[in-house]
Design a protein around this ligand. Sequence first.
Ligand code: ATP
Length: 351
Amino acid sequence: MADLVLGGLTKRFGTVAAVDGIDLKVEHGLLCCLLGPSGCGKTTTLRLVAGFIEPDGGTIAVGGKLLSDARASLPPERRAMSMIFQSYALWPHMTLFDNVAYGLVLRGLGREAIRAKVEEFLKAIRMEALAERYPGELSGGQQQRVALARALIVEPEILLLDEPLSNLDANLREEMRFELRRLHDRYRYTTLYVTHDQAEAMSTADLIVVMNHGRIEQAGPPETIYNRPASAFVARFIGGTNILKARRLDAQHVAVGDLALRCASVPATGDLVVSIRMHQIALAANRAEGTANTAAVTIRRRVFLGASNDYLVELADGSQLRVTTTPETDLAVGARAWVGLPERHCLALAE
Ligand code: ATP
């Protein structure tokens, strides 16, 4: 079983701790996304796992076997890992067939065994008809599918992907997320996937690890990261949320300006914010009867997005909220209205 375990993994570049004592376990067969802003240490973590660079501290183990610690590090070619890069990195002078076959040729497999396996994988990426083409004759999406087949065919213990979709246009990127997940469900190699795109992480991962300044802010399934962010940083990074400065009143209430908000729970100390997602706010012309957490607002902006309306509304103290409604919610700019902020969706978080 190829589970991947990182223990206190650390890498410094001069005074910068690019990876700062990471502990992480990725169970066998799971797809784990390392997600975070530029410079948070995602790629360095991936390169440490691949063996391209050596750690200053901590350990890397796969299937219970130690690959690396501060004293010794197994070289990349002895790690049974495949890596896929942004740039596809295909051999331009080889056909698609030969590119996919490459790893098996290196391993000295017989001609017929290679042919059968390559055909299986070309079928899996739905490109069997293009086997004799060269990479220069393929689209970006097709090249990335070939890179995937080439990485999967050698049956790696760990599959490493470094922003594999970032060179593709938006439509293709979306399609390739589903393709990646489909191939993962079929072959189930333990996978570490680096991205800064939260939608990519949400649609592909079993486990999302949000990184910040070389550390893990939160690790969990996509639903947990989205619905129960552990910090304001995670809530902000996962996107689509309003963050309001808040002051603790008691274990269930915070003050936002002069508005007292009831929240599911309130951290005991520290600077606080309240996170409330745009689509979880109710917006209407009239105040909902008998509901807590309501406030009068003025409509400042309205954008019709087809499937929804995107409103910007202003509270009495001047703070602003973005609210996503159905397209039927029809409120004019300048009008007075009411927002409802459901208690279970008001997340008081440490800033
Ligand atoms: P991006 O999404 O921009 O690729 P990242 O999260 O992958 O960012 P890393 O590339 O891991 O971030 O970089 C983490 C930190 O380490 C950054 O501050 C970066 O400048 C620094 N760093 C990375 N590689 C080196 C290097 N070879 N020499 C010096 N500093 C480096």
